[in-house]
Design a protein around this ligand. Structure first.
Ligand SMILES: CCCCCCCCCCCCCCCC(=O)SCCNC(=O)CCNC(=O)[C@H](O)C(C)(C)COP(=O)(O)OP(=O)(O)OC[C@H]1O[C@@H](n2cnc3c(N)ncnc32)[C@H](O)[C@@H]1OP(=O)(O)O
Ligand SMILES: CCCCCCCC/C=C\CCCCCCCC(=O)OC[C@@H](O)COP(=O)(O)O
Length: 229
């Protein structure tokens, strides 16, 4: 089957309608799950023009955390399999999610290149989970580079967002799911003006280190406890 094409409709009325509904509905879920969010740094989203937002991805519970801070003019990058999940797939498609094929770097790169162009003309932010998959270990997986190529191609800042570890209240393997508090920090934007593709690896490393340090701090874990650098 052909890969889905890029779709950045977050300015369309349909997308705005679905985004509002999804945000309102998903934001109520925290009361049923007994979760509280403590958010800091929202002012860092106030950059002029588009930006790439990168955050850690621990579980489907992140969708609640996403809706707590999601700027209005923002679309997310998701794996294309999500598009085939029936009504949820349809809803998030209409909400403006950009689907990529993680199994084909060539196709994902083509979609990302298109997004780099469109996000500037449409003036939207794009939210990417640079770990590329869910990871609930309390640490970060090595970052994929797509988000950082995208930021450099569009010459827009990268805004890291970090959610504290869920491990103290959520562990599906141990059937642990209690109430809990999630700390969220939106970090200052990292500029990419003047950077080229040669700088992408350094940019990726810089974001990774900053986010890992923040993750450990927010989760009350000493940073030298598991240092992979
Ligand atoms: C209110 C509003 C509601 C809105 C509406 C409802 C919302 C309701 C919420 C739904 C929200 C969904 C949330 C889903 C959450 C996920 O589905 S997470 C999973 C999907 N997301 C991702 O995978 C994103 C992160 N992945 C990437 O960026 C990866 O780099 C890519 C693009 C997939 C490529 O994968 P890869 O080949 O495995 O990765 P990687 O090692 O990075 O790259 C290989 C080579 O290609 C190069 N490369 C990578 N990308 C590029 C590029 N773009 N250009 C040039 N070269 C590149 C790399 O530099 C590398 O080369 P070297 O530097 O090693 O020489
Ligand atoms: C009339 C409208 C009513 C609105 C109802 C809203 C219901 C909620 C709709 C959408 C929010 C849920 C979207 C599900 C997105 C799932 C994201 C996710 O966590 O995907 C996993 C993916 O990251 C990585 O996959 P893997 O870890 O590699 O496997």
């Amino acid at each position: 089957m052909a890969d889905p094409v890029t779709f950045l409709p977050c300015c369309s009325l349909t997308a705005l309608f679905f985004c509002r509904i999804i945000k309102t509905v998903v934001k109520t879920f925290k009361y049923f799950f007994g979760l509280r969010f403590e958010v800091k740094g929202l002012e860092n989203f106030k950059v002029e023009g588009p930006a790439i937002i990168v955050s850690n991805h621990q579980s489907i519970l992140d969708m609640m955390g996403l809706m707590e801070v999601l700027p209005d003019d923002c679309v997310q990058v998701g794996k294309k399999e999500l598009m085939y999940t029936g009504s949820v797939g349809l809803i998030i498609y209409l909400g403006g999610v950009i689907f990529i094929n993680r199994k084909s770097t060539t196709s994902a790169k083509m979609v990302m290149a298109e997004v780099a162009k469109t996000m500037t003309t449409e003036n939207v932010k794009v939210w990417v989970y640079p770990e590329g998959t869910r990871n609930c270990t309390g640490d970060l997986l090595p970052f994929k580079k797509g988000a950082f190529h995208l930021a450099v191609q569009a010459q827009v800042p990268v805004i890291p967002v970090v959610y504290s570890s869920f491990t103290t209240f959520y562990n599906p393997k141990k059937n642990l799911f209690t109430s809990g508090k999630i700390k969220v920090e939106v970090l200052p934007p990292i500029e990419t003006k003047g950077l080229t593709s040669d700088d992408v690896s350094d940019l990726t490393d810089r974001c990774f280190r900053t986010m890992r340090e923040t993750l450990f701090r927010l989760s009350g874990r000493p940073s030298e406890a598991k240092d992979s650098s």
